[in-house]
Write a protein that binds this ligand. Sequence first.
Ligand code: CP3
Length: 341
Amino acid sequence: MDSRELLIKSALGGETPRPPIWLMRQAGRYMAEYRNLRKSNSFMELCHKSELAAEITLQPIRAFNMDGAILFCDILVTAEALGADVEIVEKQGPVIANPIDKEGDLHSMPPTEEAVGSLGYVAKTIGMIRNELGQKKALLGFAGAPFTVASYMIEGGSSKMVPQTFKMINESPELFAGLMSRLTDLTIKYVEMQREAGVDAVQIFESWASLLPEEMYLKHVFPHLKRLVESLHHPEKPLILFALATNSLWQHLGQLPAQVLSIDSSHSLGNFRKLYPEKALQGNLDSRWLLGSRANLLTEVDRILAEMSDRKGYIFNLGHGITPKTPVDNVKALCDHILGQ
Ligand code: CP3
């Protein structure tokens, strides 16, 4: 079974000779090849220039031979397509110079068709990656979930408390709902475009699900995520839902028709297997193991493999992304260990 078959089959809950592996943020600052290209380009330029984005996507595959390549891009390109002025600032992260705070901001957004059209460079990148990658490796696309992207558009950048978003939900609920609808419409079309361009599976990132009280999330956010996941459900093209969420919120997220749940390191995979027997699971090695000794890293990997040893519906990954100080030798050791199972 080649890497592509392994990954798609596992994502659809099938039995495989070993778990497939890919790593969130597998392309990025921990690799010298990436830092080199980054010296002469802003992060958003790297996303926009298809030749460079395709090259960066392939760097970790050449170095570590993962089963899947994930498109190099960012979740904030959907915000950008709706008119957000996005920049990734060193040591600060994303900054959006024109945050949303009034109805007029919604009216000045381009219509969905035009916004998807402006993301055509991503389809071009996907075509270039597939040409280089061949047919035997899986290619993963992705998009931010509407709320995670909306929080950046409202706050103007990263925020641990999302105070403006909280305020908008409570004081201007129609404005918030309008923004969420626009993002949901665009994200559906954007993922369809990625599938047409050749991705095998798509991961939806709901990284900031836990920043709202659960009742507020369920009332104002969940219906939009539900519409997104239901619209994108496809029996042969798996959807992976990644969220940083509590057990209690997962009880709702886990009901959505995504075939795979991607679990962060605070949860027990074994427990999730019992709770969601009909889902495939992805995760959840704590990325901090990659910063320590090789022996400890592989002991922890073996513990996870033993927990998921029935080899059905399991994709090896981290609980969240690789961090910039990760030694490449440890990434190599991890991948070799899984590929050799
Ligand atoms: O996984 C991959 O290798 C694919 C590429 C990818 C990136 N960002 C590249 C990136 C993916 C899938 C993302 C998703 C993303 N982006 C998320 C969801 C996942 C998560 O981490 O929870 C979020 C919230 C963002 C928004 C974003 N973009 C942040 C918070 C940052 C700053 C992070 C940092 O470490 O500085 C970015 C920039 C970014 N996206 C970088 C990379 C490689 C670093 C940019 C640089 O070179 O300076």
